[in-house]
Structure formats: structure tokens, C-alpha cells
Design a protein around this ligand. Structure first.
Ligand code: MG
Length: 383
């Protein structure tokens, strides 16, 4: 690892794990976290979970696994340039979507609705639940027993009520910043923006590939059209060499520009505020940021994607089908817990166990289970 800046979270200063363990021999504490995440079951399942497109719609679209790898790549590049703790950034990035349900936002919104009267469902909290409890791989404890810094980074949002619950079980621990009104660590702030950068770029790519959005719609977006023209200026023969190559050159430039802009703007903010150490960061405004002009271009792009892609009639149609699958699975398991594996069926908190079981499913497993229990193929007409 490159030299850490004074405001980075030093792995040697980690506040440790809930269950004490001997220090790792060949790795630092955050590298150990990353390795545990990579070997987890929930991480492997990300390959069959989707963001925007349902898994069966095509083999070339991003899944949550490739998304998480892209977030880790962007996060590490920027962390290195800024002197942040690169290993912690990587661990948080690889774990940030572990709690996501099948079928992206559709599944998560539906599960939240089903759980309204039973303590709610929040995907960030679910990611924490996966690493704290649901992974059963170690003899000495449930979960992956990650460091506090990684767990805090995973808990990006959390309702007041849940923060209080978490804090009463672990005072001053994973939910501290929600209770005390503090910022996340620089490493966690960085992953949030790397996440946004990654999905903006890959949703353009997947959106075009699927035919749901067209190039002409993107021409009006400065962040896209500037770099498309830049690629053309440098390689005037690009239009003859295939649309995919020109698009890749555009997205590559777009990402590089955002990375560079973030590193500059964040360095300037750090110079201005000069936090004394990683703890000092928590009491300052958010320091990881884009410059004003870049921020405006990113916001315009997000607004476009929201309207043109996430609210596209075809995506909305998949959303409704996915919601039906999740809603009916929830009802079916709640009525007949014996349809779930024994660990879940025997849980004293039935609805929570049903939510955990469904949240852990891949898209296609959820579809298959729904078909088995209902006798209907909700996605049949969409294929
Ligand atoms: Mg993400």
C-alpha cells in the first residue's frame, strides 16, 4: 500500500472485530476483511443478481458482481491517488451490495413493503446483516466478523429507529455516526461516489445495448457528448470501426474525467479543512467530492437515466413482474414456513427469516421457487 495520508483510516489502528481474533500474519486487518468478503456465499450470488435488467434478459448486462468489481476498481484508483486506505475502500466496495435482493430495486421495494409491519427492510442494513450474522462459515461466530471500519462503511444509510436499535446492542459502534450526526470515513465517502460513477457509466452502456435508450438521446448530455467528440477528434476513423468501440472510448474518457475531477476537488477540500486525523474527518462536512461543474453534469446524467431508462415502460413491466414474484413468495413462505430450509423455518422471528431467505435469492432462483409454489411463470410473457 502507498503511504497513508494522516486523515486515512490506518489498518494498524483498526478498532477491531466484535469477536477478538489474533492479528493476521501476512495481511493487514482490512485486507483480511476483503478476503473474507470475496470468499463469502453472498458475494458469489451477486453474479446472478441484477441492477436494472433482469438476469435472463441477456448475458452481457452488468450484474451486481461485475458492478461491485467496477466500484472496487474505481475506488482503489482514487484511493491510491489520494493516500486513502485502499484496502478498506476495496473491502467496502466489494461488500456494498451484499444485502441486495433479487431483481434490483423492484425486489427491495417490494420486500420493504412486505416487511412494513414486521420491522421493515433496508438494503444497507441487510448488507450489514449478511456480514454480521447470515454468513455461516466460522466455528467461533456467525457472520464474517469484519472490522468496525468496514462495517461502518457498509452501513451507508440507516433509519433513526434502526440506528438506535443497533447502538443499544453496540454502543458507539457501527451506528455511531447516525446517532451523533457525523460524516462517514473518507474511504466510505469515496465508495459512495465510485458507486455512482460506475452505475452511471454502465447503465449507459447496458441501456444502449438493450435498445431502451438511443445515442441521439445522449447527445444532449454534456458529460457524454464532450467525450464522444473528444474520442472522434483523436481517432477520426472511429465511426467506421464500429459503434461499440466508439462507445467504449467515450465511456472510458468519461470515467477518467470524473476520476481526475474527484481527485482534484477532494485534494482541494482536504487542503482547505486539513483534518488532523481520521476521527477529525467525521466532524467536518463531506470532503470527497466533485467540482461544481462536474457535479452539475453528473446530476443531469442521473436525471436522464432515471427518466429514460429506470422508468422505461419495458423496465417498469419487469418491475411489476418482479414485485409479484417477491410479494407472492413472501406470502407463501409466511403461510408455510416448512417450504423454506430448516434454519429459516425454525426461526423464532418468522417474517424476518422469510425476508432473509428471499433477500439471499438470485433472480433465477426466486423465479424458480415462485413457479414451484404458485404453478405460474410470471415472466413467461416477457421472454
Ligand atoms: Mg452499488
Amino acid at each position: 500500500m502507498a503511504t497513508l495520508a494522516p486523515w486515512a483510516l490506518d489498518p494498524a489502528q483498526s478498532r477491531g472485530r466484535r469477536h477478538a481474533e489474533p492479528p493476521p500474519a501476512q495481511r493487514n486487518e482490512h485486507q483480511r476483511d476483503r478476503d473474507r468478503i470475496v470468499h463469502s456465499t453472498a458475494f458469489r450470488r451477486l453474479v446472478y443478481k441484477t441492477q436494472v435488467f433482469i438476469n435472463h434478459e441477456g448475458d452481457l448486462f452488468r450484474t451486481r458482481l461485475t458492478h461491485s468489481l467496477e466500484v472496487a476498481q474505481l475506488g482503489r484508483s482514487m484511493a491510491r491517488a489520494l493516500g486513502f486506505n485502499e484496502d478498506l475502500v476495496e473491502a467496502i466496495a466489494l461488500a456494498h451490495d451484499l444485502g441486495h435482493t433479487p431483481f434490483g430495486h423492484a425486489g427491495q421495494d417490494q420486500l420493504a413493503e412486505c416487511m412494513q409491519a414486521h420491522g421493515g427492510f433496508e438494503h444497507n442494513l441487510q448488507s450489514l446483516r449478511v456480514v454480521d450474522r447470515l454468513e455461516l462459515r466460522y466455528a467461533a461466530f456467525d457472520g464474517l466478523n469484519l472490522t468496525l471500519e468496514t462495517r461502518q462503511g457498509i452501513l451507508k444509510h440507516c433509519s433513526r429507529r434502526n440506528a438506535e436499535l443497533l447502538d443499544s446492542a453496540e454502543p458507539g459502534g457501527v451506528a455511531r455516526r447516525f446517532i451523533e450526526g457525523l460524516q462517514p470515513s473518507l474511504e466510505a465517502q469515496l465508495v459512495n461516489l465510485a458507486d455512482e460513477m460506475a452505475y452511471n457509466a454502465h447503465d449507459i452502456d447496458d441501456g444502449l445495448r438493450s435498445g431502451l435508450i438511443g445515442l441521439e438521446q445522449l447527445e444532449g448530455l454534456a458529460l457524454f457528448s464532450r467525450w464522444r467528440q473528444d474520442a472522434l477528434r483523436e481517432h477520426p476513423d472511429l465511426p467506421q470501426r464500429g459503434a461499440r468501440r466508439w462507445l467504449a472510448e467515450t465511456l472510458r474518457r468519461m470515467l477518467a474525467a470524473q476520476v481526475q475531477d474527484l481527485v482534484q476537488a477532494t485534494s482541494a477540500a482536504l487542503q482547505q479543512h486539513r483534518p488532523v486525523d481520521a476521527e477529525g474527518v467525521l466532524h467536518l462536512p463531506p470532503l470527497v467530492q466533485h467540482g461544481g461543474a462536474m457535479r452539475a453534469e453528473i446530476v443531469a446524467l442521473k436525471q436522464f437515466l432515471f427518466k429514460a431508462l429506470y422508468r422505461h415502460p419495458q423496465v417498469e413491466d419487469s418491475t411489476l413482474r418482479a414485485r409479484t414474484v417477491v410479494r407472492e413468495l413472501f406470502a407463501a413462505y409466511s403461510a408455510a414456513p416448512g417450504e423454506m430450509p430448516e434454519d429459516y423455518a425454525r426461526s423464532p422471528e418468522l417474517h424476518r427469516a422469510v425476508a432473509d431467505y428471499i433477500a439471499g435469492m438470485t433472480d433465477r432462483y426466486a423465479m424458480r421457487e415462485h413457479q414451484r409454489l404458485s404453478g405460474r411463470d410470471v415472466f413467461a410473457a416477457a421472454r
